[in-house]
Ligand binder design. Structure first.
Ligand code: C2O
Ligand code: CU
Length: 473
């Protein structure tokens, strides 16, 4: 007889697995430090219950891939093996690393062919929550499940009862429970990108997350979705954001207890489980207004509260060793984003030629432009040149009807202004989520030489032309 686990038993098992990671961080860290990362096809119980497994692409057989954990200032050394039918690479999202290790095909390395391998090795100057994913046909490869968390532990982590990583995603599945193959659908690419119909937490249907009353968690949330912006509202709780995109911020509870993350972005939260034993508390994603839904429920165990008196407010983490800004002597730049549905872009330059929007879309599948230029490939001339060592100030203007999480490789930037006003948090980030028609200002020190990609992390947008090469020299 075949054993078909019910959703309930599955979740209990998943919960138990997490408990052992929390209670024995030392062992988990050792176990979670593979020397080899292999991209290969696989199958996972994405939906669970009596549904068949879903065919996916994995790192080391799992989705997410293994949680890679290092200590700040460790060296990462990983032999990557490609057992996929397609070329691929590994990009270490958010890390300040040598250009040759950045994993961008035909810009920083040749793509790794099927059956091929590549050694990634570099130092880890910054603590924080990062992730890794391919950079070849990202919309499809990330959409098939290729992603994993990369955690770099600070020397003096905040005291919590449990530390948990939440890799949040959505998948577009057909009736058969298999991934829909329409990765470069023109309608998706010219609108908000590829939205899924199954929400997952750590590669499983997100239903319930077991907690105990009174415990304090550190949640590391990583949005790996193709296009979905999550606005997770922790009703009845007061999550304190202590880091964004890996870098410490002044601890603060966000407006309406909502943590908003665009694709590619991460947040570290300290959250006290304020409910009572036996409670079921919804975490609602209401980022897209009327289409809000319950992302998951905190499932409070019947156990007595772990503590009854409230803990002290979380303290700030130690800053990472980022270079100091010299705004007075900065080079200045402007980036304007145009195109997409309801955007009014009439045309753009493509491979040096002026093209109207209709031919761009029909002949090349492109609908977006940065400073009037639609990205065609890695041999494009740099759109921005940054003098090495200088502070760069860039004004970003989103002249479209869609939000865009803009991601710069190899550097982290400070968000100085949003919508003409000083950003109250001024976080150091690698991805800025620009609202439709938003104008914002960022600054960074161009201290990492090489050619670096700058693109929208809605992966279909990148595919449809919203990217550029920058050069630090
Ligand atoms: Cu997370 Cu260019 O990517
Ligand atoms: Cu975009």
């Amino acid at each position: 007889m075949t054993y078909t686990p019910t959703r309930r038993t599955f979740l209990t098992t998943a919960g138990a697995a997490m408990v052992s990671t929390w209670t024995r961080p030392g062992l988990a860290a050792l176990a979670a430090k593979p020397k080899t990362l292999t991209a290969e096809p696989g199958a996972i119980p994405l939906i669970g219950g009596r549904y068949p497994d879903t065919q996916v692409w994995t790192y080391n057989g799992g989705v997410p891939g293994p949680e890679l954990r290092f200590k700040q200032n460790d060296n990462l050394k990983i032999n990557f093996v490609n057992k996929l039918p397609d070329p691929t690479t590994v990009h270490w999202h958010g890390l300040r690393l040598p250009n040759a290790m950045d994993g961008v095909p035909d810009l920083t390395q040749p793509p790794v062919k099927p059956g091929g391998s590549f050694d990634y090795a570099f130092g880890l100057p910054d603590a924080g929550t990062y992730w890794y994913h391919p950079h070849v046909k990202s919309s499809e490869q990330v959409g098939r499940g290729l992603y994993g968390p990369l955690i770099i532990e600070e020397a003096d982590p905040p005291r919590v009862d449990r530390e948990v990583t939440w890799v949040i995603d959505d998948w577009r599945l057909g009736q058969d429970g298999q991934i829909a193959g329409d990765f470069n659908d023109m309608r998706d690419m010219s609108h908000g990108g590829r939205m899924g119909n199954l929400m997952t937490l750590n590669g499983r249907d997100s239903q319930r997350f077991p907690v105990r009353a009174g415990e304090r968690l550190r949640l590391r949330i990583i949005n790996v979705a193709n296009a979905r912006i999550f606005g997770l509202r922790f009703d009845g709780h007061h999550p304190t954001i202590i880091a964004m995109d890996g870098h410490p911020v002044a601890p603060h509870v966000p407006h309406q207890n909502r943590v908003t993350l665009g694709p590619g972005q991460r947040a570290d939260l300290i959250i006290d489980m304020e409910g009572r034993p036996g409670d079921l508390t919804a975490v609602v994603d209401d980022n897209s207004g009327r289409r809000k839904y319950v992302y998951l429920e905190f499932d409070y165990s019947a156990e007595a509260p772990l503590r009854t008196s409230p803990l002290d407010a979380p303290k700030a983490l130690a800053a990472n060793p980022l270079p100091g800004l010299d705004i007075a002597n900065a080079e200045t730049h402007a980036l304007s984003i145009a195109g997409g549905a309801m955007g009014g872009m009439t045309g753009a330059k493509y491979k040096g030629r002026d093209m109207d929007i209709r031919s761009l879309a029909q002949e090349h599948g492109k609908v977006w432009a940065l400073n009037g230029i639609t990205f065609h490939g890695m041999d494009a001339a740099p759109l921005f040149r940054f003098q090495k060592g200088r502070t760069q100030v860039m004004t970003l203007r989103n002249d479209t009807s869609w939000p865009h999480p803009m991601h710069l490789h190899g550097h982290v930037f400070k968000i100085l202004e949003r919508g003409g006003k000083p950003d109250p948090v001024q976080p150091w980030t690698d991805t800025i989520l620009l609202a439709p028609n938003e104008v914002s200002k960022i600054a960074f020190v161009a201290d990492n030489p090489g050619k670096w990609l700058f693109h929208c992390h809605i992966l279909g947008h990148t595919q449809a032309g919203m990217a550029c090469v920058t050069e630090v020299a």
